[in-house]
Design a protein around this ligand. Sequence first.
Ligand SMILES: CC(C)(COP(=O)(O)OP(=O)(O)OC[C@H]1O[C@@H](n2cnc3c(N)ncnc32)[C@H](O)[C@@H]1OP(=O)(O)O)[C@@H](O)C(=O)NCCC(=O)NCCS
Length: 173
Amino acid sequence: MIKTERLLIRRFNENDANDLLEYLAKPRVDCFVPEKITTLEEAVAEAKKRADDDVFYAVELVCEMKLIGNLYLQKGEYGTYDLGWNFNEKYEGKGYAYESAKALMDYAFDVLNARRIVAYTADYNMRSNKLLEKLGMRKEGHFIETISFVNNPDGSPKWESANFYAILAKERK
Ligand SMILES: CC(C)(COP(=O)(O)OP(=O)(O)OC[C@H]1O[C@@H](n2cnc3c(N)ncnc32)[C@H](O)[C@@H]1OP(=O)(O)O)[C@@H](O)C(=O)NCCC(=O)NCCS
C-alpha cells in the first residue's frame, strides 16, 4: 500500500465493483474496449480477479473513500516494468493520475529495484502522452499502425499507432 497526499494506492477488493463499473462500462480509448463490462455481476468478478493479480493497483481518493481509477505495473525482463493507467473521467484534470503514477514509479525504482520503466500509448491520446512527459519519461519511438483493438464498420481491423516512452532509474531527477 502506498499513501500520497490525497490518494491510496492499494490492491483491488470486491467492494470496488461499483466504482470499477463506473469507468470500465464507458471505455474512452479503444485499447479498453476489450475490457468493457456492463453489469454489476461482471464488475464483481473483475474486481475479484484484479484482487488476485499483482499487475493491477487500485487508486482510491481518500476523502471520498472511492476507487477513481487504476494503474498497471507489469514486470518484464532485465529489470524492466511496463506502466499503464485508466481513470474515471469524472476525476480527470485534478492531477490524481500524475500523483499516483509518480508514487508508483518511485515505488518501482526504490522498492522493486526497477532498472527501466516503459509505457505505450496511442499517439492520438493527448492526455496520456502529456502525463508521460510530465513523469519525465522519454519518447523512444513512434510505431505506425502497430496494433488493433477494434474493427472498422466494414469488419477490417482499425489500426492504431502508438508512442513508446521509457525512463531509466539513473535518469531520475
Ligand atoms: C490519461 C489519463 C490518466 C490522464 O488523466 P489526467 O487527469 O489528465 O492526468 P493528471 O493527473 O496528470 O492531471 C493533469 C491535469 O490536472 C490539472 N490539475 C488540477 N489540480 C492539480 C494538482 N493539484 N496537481 C497536479 N495537476 C492538477 C492539471 O493542470 C492538468 O490539467 P490539464 O490537463 O487541463 O492541463 C486519463 O485521461 C485517463 O485515464 N484516460 C483514459 C485511459 C487512458 O487513456 N489510458 C492510457 C491508454 S494508452
